[in-house]
Design a protein around this ligand. Sequence first.
Ligand code: KIV
Ligand code: ZN
Length: 500
Amino acid sequence: MEKIIIFDTTLRDGEQAPGAALNKSEKLEIALGLAHLGVDVIEAGFPVSSKGDFDAVCAVAKKVKGPIICGLARAINKDIDAAYQAVKFSHRPRIHVFLATSKIHMKYKLQKAEDEILRLAVASVKYAKKYCRDIEFSPEDASRSESEFLFKVVEAVIDAGATTLNLPDTVGYAEPEEFSRLIASVKENVPNIGKAIISVHCHNDLGLAVANSLEAVKRGARQVECTINGIGERAGNASLEEIVMALDTRKDIFANLNTGIKKNEIYKTSRLVSKLTGFVIAPNKAIVGSNAFRHEAGIHQDGVIKERSTYEIIKPQDVGFYGLGLVLGKHSGRHAFNERLKSLGFHLTKKQLDKAFLRFKQLADKKKNIFDDDLMTIVEDEIRIIKPLWKLISFQVNSGTQVEPKASVRLKAKLKSFEGLSSGDGPVDACFKAIDKITGARGELLDYRLEAVTRGKDAIGEVNLRVKFKNRIFSGRGSSTDIIEASILAYLNSVNKYAL
Ligand code: KIV
Ligand code: ZN
C-alpha cells in the first residue's frame, strides 16, 4: 500500500474565503479536530500576514500533536522567519514557500523576469532550509506556467533542498487531462524529481478541483492539498472529504493507495468547520450535505430497501452520518446521554459533560424527541474553547401586527449585568440594537439564515449570520428552540469574536 498524504489547508486557504475569519481558539479547535480526523499535514496559517495569524499558528504548533504543522511564506526572508518562529513549537515543523512562475503573474504581479524568479526561488528555499528539514515549495500558478521554465524552477528548488514540490492550479483553470499531463511532464523532465514528493493544490473555479487532484494521483502525486467542505479562495479548494471518499470508494481505480483519514470522523469535522466559519453546507454537497444520503423518489427508496447498493455507493455511517436517529428523550439518563455522544465521536471531560447534560435536560423539557443532530448541536455549543465576554442572561420582546417591536436584553460581562432597551424593525432587529447599546459594538448585519436542525415544530432553530464591525466581517451562530434566542446568541457570538 502507498500512502496519499492529506495536506489540509482549511486554516490557511480555507480561511482566505471571504467572511470565514477564524480567531485563535477557533483555529485551535479546528486543528485539534483535523488531528483527530487523521490528516498528515495541517497548514495552520500565513504567519507573516497578521499578529493574529502568527499567534494562531504558534498555538496550533504548541498544542496539536501528530500531524506536521506547516506555515506559509512568500519567497521573502521576513516571511520565512515568521513562518519558522510560529511552527518551531511543533515536533514536526514545515515551511511552505511559494513564488509565482507563470508569465502573467511574473509580469503583472511581481514585475520580475524569469532569472530573478529562479534566483529568488532557490535563495528562499536555501534560507528556509537553515531552519528546518521539511520544506515545501510551490511555483504558484504552475498550471499556467511555461513548461520549460517550470521544469527549471522545480529542479533548482529540489537541488536547494525542497522536500515536497507542490503544483498549484491557483486559479482553477486546469482541465483533468491537461493537469494529468502536467504531472507526467514534470516527472519526465525534471531529473531530480524523485527526491521530492509531488503534491497538488487545486482550486475549484470550474468545479474541477477534485477531478484534477484525482488525475494527479493517478500520475504519481502523493500529496493532495485540500480543505474541509472545500472552502477556500473564491470557489474554494478541492474538498478533503470528496478526495478521501473517492479514493476509498473507487479502490478498483486507486488500487494500493490509502489515506490515514478516519472516515467516520468526516461528518463531525465537516460540521465543526461549518459552524465555526459560519459557512452553511449546501444540502446537495457530496459526502456531507444533508441530502447526500437521502432518497426521495419512490423507485429509489424501494430500491434501497431491497438492496442498499442499488442507489447508495457509500454507507452514511462510514463517514459518521447517522441520519436523524431518534435516540433520547426526557427520561434518558446521563449514562445513556454520554454513551450516545461517544458513539457520535464526542468524548467529553466531566465538566463538559455536566454542562452538556444540563443543556440536554433543558432541551428535553421543551422538545419531546431529541435527535442526533440536536445532541451534536448541544455538544458543539458546550465544548467551545472560547470564553465569551458577553453572555445572555435574559431577554423580553414585544411584537405583533399593530405594535412597534421593542426588546429588552440583559447581558453579563465580568460578573456585572447590563440592560439594553431598543425598538427595531422587527423583534430580532430590536434585540440586536439593544445589544449594540450595551456593548457599544455597532454591527452591520450582512447575512442572516435560520434553519431547523431537525424536524418538527419544536425543532431547534439554528441561526447563522455574518456581521460587519468596523471593517471586519465576523460570523456568528446560535441555536435554541426559541428562534429569537437563537438570533441573540448568534449575534452575541459574532460580538464576542469581535471583542476578542
Ligand atoms: O492557490 C495557490 O497557488 C496557493 C499557493 C500559496 C500554494 O494557495
Ligand atoms: Zn490556493
